[in-house]
Design a protein around this ligand. Structure first.
Ligand code: NAD
Length: 482
C-alpha cells in the first residue's frame, strides 16, 4: 500500500518502508492520514542528498535564501487556520492553540528570512604588522533534526528556518505521533523554491531513523528537542562519533511558579492555570510546581480550584474547549502513574485527576492539583508532562527561592509578586534560562533566545539572532598585505 503522505528525499516524494496511521487523540476512530515511515537506508539516502546539495546551497546569496523563507512564511501565515486545525487534530491542542502555534511558525520564517540579510562578520586589526584578521561565520553542513510531538510545527520551524537561513542543508525527522504538521511544513518549503536535497523529510521511529542520523559521518550537527533520557543518548552518540558532531539539546522541565503574599491573586491564578494546564500541561515550559507563601496559600488554592472547575475538557476541535486530550495512551498511562505515586507519597489530590469520557473515544484527563506536597516527593521533582501540578506551602520568599532552584532542571521559572525587590532578586537568582514575572512560565516570544540550564538544555540557545551560535561555525582568517 502506498502512503498518502510520503517522505521527501533528494527532491522526490518517496514511499517508505511501512505506513504510520496518524491517530486523532480527541477521537481515536479518526485517522488523520497514512504517513510513510522511512527505513534506515532511506535516512542514509537523505543524508547523501543533503550532502550533495550543501556546496551550492551554502553559496546562494542571502537574497535567494531570503526570498524562499519569506515565501514559506507568507504561505504558512495565509494558511494558519487550516494548519492549526491539522495540528490540533493530530496532537490534541485546542484549535485556538493550534492556530496560534501555526502563526508562530510563520513568524519564525519571517524572522529568519530577515536574518539571511543580517549576518555579518568582523574585521579586526592584527597584533602583527601588515596583517589583517577577519572573523566570519560559515554554515556547518548537513544538520540532523530530531523533534518531539508536543509542538509539531513550531519546533521544526525554529530549527529548519535558521539552519536554512545560514546556508546549511537539513535532514528532518519529526516525532512519529505528529507527522502531519511536519509533512505540511516541508511541502510548503519545497514549493517555496528550495533546490532538491536542501531539505529532506524522513518520518519514522527514533530508534531507526533518528539513530541513523546520529551514527552517520556526513551529518555534521544534531539539533534535538525531546526527553532527557533520549537527549542523553543523542549527546553520547554525537561525541562518540568520528568526526564528533556539534549537538544542541532542549529537554525537560520541572518549572516552578512562586506566588508571594503580595501577589495580585487574579494575575497569579491566571498565570498558574494557563502555565500548568493549557496545552494539556504538555509543554516543556509548563509550571508544574506552585510554591506559595503561607499568607496567600489557601486563597490561591481555592481560586485555582474554582477556575479548574470551570474549564471545559473536550475534543480539541470543538468550540469552547479549554483543554484538549492527552496525546496518546502511553502519555495518559504516565500521567495516571504519577497521580498514583503522588497519593502513595502522601500528597493530597485536592482536585481532578479523573479519566473523562466524551462523545468520541479519546485520552481525556481532568487537570489535577496536589496539595501538601513535600520537596522530596517524586511528583515535585520529576517531569510528568501532563495536566498535573503540585502546591508547596512556604514561609517566605527566601524559602520559595531555595525550593524553586532545588531541581535538576532549569528551563523556565516564574514569580507572582507586586514587589520590585523580590521580582528583581528572583530575576537575578533563579537558576533558569527563562524567568517570568507576573506571567505564566510557558508562552514566549519568537525573536529572542529560548533555552534552559542544568538538566533542561545542553549547547547553544535556540531562536532569535542567538540561533546562529549553533547553526554556524566561526572562522578566523589572517592575511598579510605587505
Ligand atoms: P522523546 O525523547 O521521546 O522523543 C523526541 C524525539 O527523539 C522523537 O522524534 C523520537 O522519535 C526521537 N528519538 C527517540 N529515541 C531516539 C533514538 N534512540 N535516537 C534518535 N532519536 C530518537 O520526547 P517526546 O516524548 O517526543 O517529547 C516530550 C519531551 O520533550 C518532554 O520531556 C519535554 O519536556 C521535551 N520538550 C522540550 C522542549 C524544550 O525546548 N526544552 C520543548 C518541547 C518538548
Amino acid at each position: 500500500m502506498s502512503a498518502e503522505f510520503k517522505n521527501h528525499i533528494g527532491g522526490q516524494w518517496v514511499d517508505g518502508a511501512s505506513i504510520n496511521d496518524n491517530i486523532n487523540p480527541s477521537n481515536t476512530k479518526d485517522v488523520v492520514g497514512h504517513y510513510a515511515r522511512a527505513s534506515r537506508a532511506q535516512a542514509e539516502e537523505a543524508i547523501a542528498a543533503a550532502k550533495a546539495a550543501f556546496p551550492a546551497w551554502s553559496r546562494t546569496t542571502p537574497q535567494e535564501r531570503y526570498e524562499i523563507l519569506k515565501k514559506a512564511s507568507d504561505e504558512i501565515l495565509a494558511r494558519k487556520d487550516e494548519l492549526g486545525r491539522l495540528l490540533a487534530r493530530e496532537e490534541g491542542k485546542t484549535l485556538p492553540e493550534g492556530i496560534g502555534e501555526a502563526g508562530r511558525a510563520g513568524q519564525i520564517f519571517a524572522f529568519f528570512a530577515g536574518e539571511c540579510l543580517r549576518l555579518t562578520g568582523e574585521a579586526v586589526p592584527s597584533v602583527r604588522p601588515g596583517v589583517g584578521v577577519e572573523i566570519t561565520r560559515d554554515p556547518l553542513g548537513v544538520i540532523g533534526m530530531i523533534t518531539p510531538w508536543n509542538f509539531p510545527i513550531a519546533i521544526p520551524a525554529w530549527k529548519i528556518a535558521p539552519a536554512l537561513a545560514y546556508g546549511n542543508t537539513v535532514v528532518f525527522k519529526p516525532a512519529d505521533l505528529v507527522p502531519g504538521s511536519a509533512w505540511a511544513l516541508v511541502d510548503i518549503l519545497v514549493r517555496a523554491g528550495l533546490p532538491a536535497g536542501v531539505l529532506n523529510l524522513v518520518m519514522g521511529r527514533g530508534s531507526e531513523v533518528g539513530q541513523a542520523l546520529l551514527e552517520h559521518k556526513d551529518v555534521t550537527a544534531i539539533t534535538f528537542t525531546g526527553s532527557v533520557s533520549t537527549g542523553r543518548k543523542v549527546a553520547a552518540a554525537c561525541v562518540n562519533a568520528m568526526p564528533m558532531k556539534k549537538v544542541q539539546l532542549e529537554m525537560g522541565g520541572k518549572n516552578p511558579l512562586i506566588v508571594l503574599d503580595d501577589a495580585d491573586l487574579k494575575t497569579a491564578v491566571e498565570a498558574a492555570v494557563n502555565g500548568a494546564f493549557f496545552s494539556t500541561g504538555q509543554r516543556c515550559t509548563a509550571s508544574s510546581r506552585f510554591i506559595v507563601t503561607a499568607g496567600i496559600h489557601d486563597a490561591f488554592v481555592d481560586a485555582v480550584t474554582e477556575r479548574l472547575k470551570g474549564l471545559v475538557i473536550d475534543d480539541a476541535l470543538k468550540a469552547g474547549t479549554h483543554i484538549g486530550p492527552v496525546v496518546d495512551q502511553s502519555q495518559l498511562d504516565q500521567d495516571l502513574k504519577y497521580l498514583q505515586i503522588g497519593r502513595d507519597e502522601g500528597a493530597t489530590l485536592h482536585w481532578g485527576g479523573e479519566v473523562l469520557k466524551r462523545e468520541n473515544p479519546g485520552f481525556y484527563l481532568q487537570p489535577a492539583l496536589f496539595t501538601h506536597v513535600g520537596q522530596t516527593m517524586r511528583v515535585a521533582r520529576e517531569e510528568i508532562f501532563g495536566p498535573v501540578a503540585t502546591v508547596q506551602r512556604v514561609a517566605n520568599y527566601e524559602e520559595a527561592l531555595a525550593l524553586s532552584n532545588d531541581t535538576e532542571f532549569g528551563l523556565s521559572a516564574g514569580i507572582c509578586t507586586s514587589s520590585l525587590k523580590y521580582a528583581t532578586h528572583f530575576k537575578r537568582n533563579a537558576e533558569a534560562g527563562m524567568v517570568m514575572v507576573n506571567l505564566p512560565t510557558a508562552g514566549v516570544d519568537y525573536h529572542v533566545p529560548f533555552g534552559g540550564r542544568k538538566g533542561s538544555s545542553y549547547g547553544p540557545r535556540e531562536q532569535g539572532a542567538y540561533a546562529k551560535e549553533f547553526f554556524t561555525t566561526v572562522k578566523t582568517s589572517y592575511s598579510f598585505a605587505g
